[in-house]
Design a protein around this ligand. Structure first.
Ligand SMILES: [Zn+2]
Length: 191
């Protein structure tokens, strides 16, 4: 069962005392993730275990026991995300382009980078950040990318034409007609 109550997801997880304990939780997480069919990552508190273990399965299954992000790039990217604890919700988040992770079950450091031709690298990099954030009681909504429509409104006239996009479709509309769309998933291409 995947936890969907926000108050439970806000619990900060405790470190596991041994790699063995972590591996047991990791195996449970991978099983749940496989059963979810569309998930690419899962954190222990999403199945009601408040311990610092999470799994990511984009290119290969990775179990992270007591993981820590020890270094991040300054550069960030905007990424579309979902979460098994918030079915049918999709938002855009801001994530670091590169993160370095240490975990008790991996020797040395693990590097994840979205700066690659392979879109799976971006998925994996964003997913690692998403799952480790869960262990700190944070969800994707804490990393939501926010637009600043107030600044835009001041600059553009109501009848001025603007180009907007939702990532797949592009439209040219008068700004007053584009406004409701800009408040949902659409963003301005040019002012
Ligand atoms: Zn999640």
């Amino acid at each position: 069962m995947i936890v969907t109550e926000v108050s439970k997801l806000q619990t900060i997880c405790e470190e596991v005392s041994s790699v063995e304990e972590g591996e047991e939780i990791g195996a449970q997480l991978l099983k749940e993730l496989t059963e979810s069919q569309n998930g690419i990552g899962l954190a222990a508190n999403q199945i009601g275990i408040n311990k610092r273990v999470c799994v990511v399965n984009v290119k290969e299954p990775i179990v992270l026991i007591n993981p820590k992000i020890v270094e991040t790039s300054e550069e960030t990217f905007v990424f579309p995300e979902g979460c098994l604890s918030f079915p049918n919700k999709h938002i855009r988040t801001t994530r670091f382009v590169e993160v370095t992770v240490e975990a008790d079950n991996h020797e040395g450091q693990l590097s994840f980078s979205a700066d690659s031709e392979d879109v799976n690298d971006a998925f994996e990099c964003a997913c690692v950040q998403h799952e480790i954030a869960h262990l700190d009681g944070l969800t994707m909504f804490d990393r939501e990318w926010k637009q600043q429509p107030i600044r835009v409104e001041k600059k553009i006239g109501r009848n001025e034409k603007v180009t907007i996009t939702d990532g797949t479709e592009t439209k040219i509309l008068k700004y007053k007609k584009a406004q409701p769309l800009l408040e949902s998933d659409w963003s301005l291409v040019e002012a």
